[in-house]
Design a protein around this ligand. Structure first.
Ligand SMILES: *Cc1c(COP(=O)(O)O)cnc(C)c1O
Length: 339
């Protein structure tokens, strides 16, 4: 089976497993796991920030960031497609007691003008707009990505208005291999950054939250109360270090394979439209009368797994375990489909 359901399905490579086996570990709740400490230091330095925190998931890094940046009765401004709104079980309300102010962006991307219009005036009866969250790449936006030229005016606005700016960078490196921008530049544009190592980067578990020392100190307490204090987590952190050292540049290949599948789909009669392919996520709509469920059942018979993103919408995600040799099999299955 070729699994294109998500880039979270990847398994550690032999080199990564070897690095995990060799890891030096300790009790990270006491701050004594050298490998976790090395990962946190490495990522903080990559982004030009003071400190970082290793967490079990990207949901936890986002939820901690929201909690650390806000007070109850505040609100978070983000695009309606944002992961923090769509896929984190309304955790912003549950964990932080904040509201959410959704913007209808373009493929998950919002502008400084839209944010300026969304910021609420200070009245007793309104929530206080306190935090802006951008997502790069944007999952539900079809892997769309920002450039720093688009982010700069947003940062300027947030500074002027006293709002914090957080980046949900679950797939940030899929964007950076496209734009050629550096992690240092990204770090300089945000108050905090969340990074997933368990997506295209191929580590089995974990995300990192990056920010100032004071922010991360508070984040560490919040990680504990959420049950995310892990002990000999260095075995997992070793996989993350390995991923950052060996599996960043190859994300280009994932993006490229998604583009090639997108080109094939664009030429097929049963496809209504293919959303612009900007990274490793490919979303397309089927023509009238053809359901995603029926199409996915056909693909499964052909040995290809994908997911429905709406009644007539399908999503493919390319990743480390989807190799060049598998591409012709997928393309063949797409081309042979008869409605
Ligand atoms: C996957 C993802 C997350 C967090 O995912 P976990 O599964 O909790 O690690 C956050 N934001 C985006 C955009 C994601 O795609």
């Amino acid at each position: 089976m070729i699994n294109l359901i998500s880039d979270t399905v990847t398994k550690p490579t032999p080199g990564m497993l070897e690095a995990m086996m060799q890891a030096e570990v300790g009790d990270d709740v006491f701050g004594e796991d050298p490998t976790v400490n090395a990962l946190e230091k490495k990522v903080a330095e990559m982004f030009g920030k003071e400190s970082a925190l290793y967490c079990p998931s990207g949901t936890m890094t986002n939820q901690i960031a929201i909690k650390a940046h806000t007070q109850p009765l505040d609100e978070v401004i983000c695009d309606e497609y944002s992961h923090i709104y769509q896929y984190e079980t309304a955790g912003y309300a549950y964990n932080s007691g904040v509201g959410i102010n959704l913007i209808k962006g373009e493929n998950g991307k919002i502008t400084a003008e839209q944010i300026a219009a969304a910021i609420k005036p200070r009245y007793d009866w309104l929530p206080i707009s306190r935090l802006v969250v951008l997502e790069n790449t944007c999952n539900k936006g079809g892997g769309s990505h920002y450039t720093l030229d688009e982010i700069r005016p947003i940062q300027t606005l947030c500074r002027e208005k006293g709002l914090a700016l957080h980046l949900d960078g679950a797939r940030l490196f899929n964007a950076l291999v496209e734009t050629g921008e550096s992690t240092q530049e990204v770090g300089a544009h945000f108050d905090s950054v969340s990074l997933c190592l368990s997506k295209g980067l191929g580590a089995p578990v974990g995300s990192v939250l990056i920010g100032t020392s004071a922010f991360i100190q508070q984040a560490r307490r919040l990680r504990k109360v959420m049950g995310g204090g892990m002990r000999q987590a260095g075995y997992l952190a070793a996989a993350c270090i390995y991923a950052l050292d060996h599996q960043v540049e190859r994300l280009r290949e994932d993006n490229e394979r998604a583009r090639r599948i997108g080109e094939v789909l664009s030429s097929l009669g049963y496809v209504e439209s293919v959303r612009p392919v900007r990274s490793n996520i490919l979303i397309f709509d089927l023509q009238e009368g053809l359901t995603a469920d029926a199409y996915l059942a056909y693909l499964k018979e052909m040995g290809v797994l994908a997911s429905a993103f709406g009644p007539q919408t399908v999503r493919f995600v390319t990743h480390l375990d989807f190799t060049e040799e598998m591409l012709p099999k997928v393309v063949g299955a797409l081309q042979r489909f008869k409605r």
